[in-house]
Write a protein that binds this ligand. Sequence first.
Ligand SMILES: NC(=O)c1ccc[n+]([C@@H]2O[C@H](COP(=O)([O-])OP(=O)(O)OC[C@H]3O[C@@H](n4cnc5c(N)ncnc54)[C@H](OP(=O)(O)O)[C@@H]3O)[C@@H](O)[C@H]2O)c1
Length: 199
Amino acid sequence: MKVVVVGATGTIGSALVYALQNDHEVIAVGNSRGDYLVDMTSEDSIRELLKSLGRFDALAITAGSVAFNSLQAMTLAEWQQGIDSKLMGQINLVRYALDALSDNGSITLTSGIIAREPILKGISACTINGAVNHFVKAAALEMPRGIRINCVSPTVLKESTAPYGDFFPGFIPVPASTVAQSYKKSILGIQNGRIFEVE
Ligand SMILES: NC(=O)c1ccc[n+]([C@@H]2O[C@H](COP(=O)([O-])OP(=O)(O)OC[C@H]3O[C@@H](n4cnc5c(N)ncnc54)[C@H](OP(=O)(O)O)[C@@H]3O)[C@@H](O)[C@H]2O)c1
C-alpha cells in the first residue's frame, strides 16, 4: 500500500512511519524535512503537494497546531492559528487528496484528548479537536468510491511529557508507538467515521 503521512517527521508521525515502513511504501511529508514538504496552512502549498504525489492508497495526517492560552487572553491571531493549521489544514488536505486516493482508500486525521477533557489554557485545542472529530463523522457519510475517513484522538504522549506534562495533571501518557497502532487500524481496517480514542 502507498501511504502518505503528513507530519511524518514528528513524534506521532515518526512512530507511524516506523510501524508501516516494513510492509508498505511510506511517503514522508513534513514542513521542513521529509520526502516532500508542505505548509498545511496554505491551500496553494497543499495543491502543489497533491499534484506531485501521484496516486496513493492512504493519507494519514499527524500534524496541525493550536495556540494555548486562557479564554480571556487568547487573541484572534491565536484562535486563527488552530483554525488555519489543525482544522482547515486537515480539511484542505482531505479536499485535495480525494481525487488522488485509490478506490477503497483511507484518510486518517488527528484530534486529541482535550476535545473530551479540557485542560487549563486548552480552550482552542478543545474547540478545534472537537471540530475535527465532527468533520470526520460528517465527511464519512460523503466519501466517494469506498474511501473511508477516521480520526485518532490520543491523550498526551509519553514522549511529550517534558514539554506538556504539567498541563495534563492526572492524565496517563501513552507511548507514540501505541498511538501509531490506531492509525494502522484506520488505514488497514474497515472502520469508517470513527474517532479512535487512545488513552
Ligand atoms: N504530542 C502529544 O502529546 C499529542 C497528544 C494528542 C494529540 N496530538 C496532536 O497530534 C498532532 C501531532 O503531534 P506531535 O506531537 O507528533 O507533533 P510534532 O512532534 O510537533 O510534529 C509536528 C509535525 O508536523 C509537521 N508540521 C509542522 N508545521 C507544519 C505545517 N505548517 N504544515 C505541514 N506540516 C507541519 C512537522 O514537520 P517538520 O518536522 O518538517 O517541521 C512535523 O512532522 C498534533 O495535531 C497534536 O496536536 C499530540
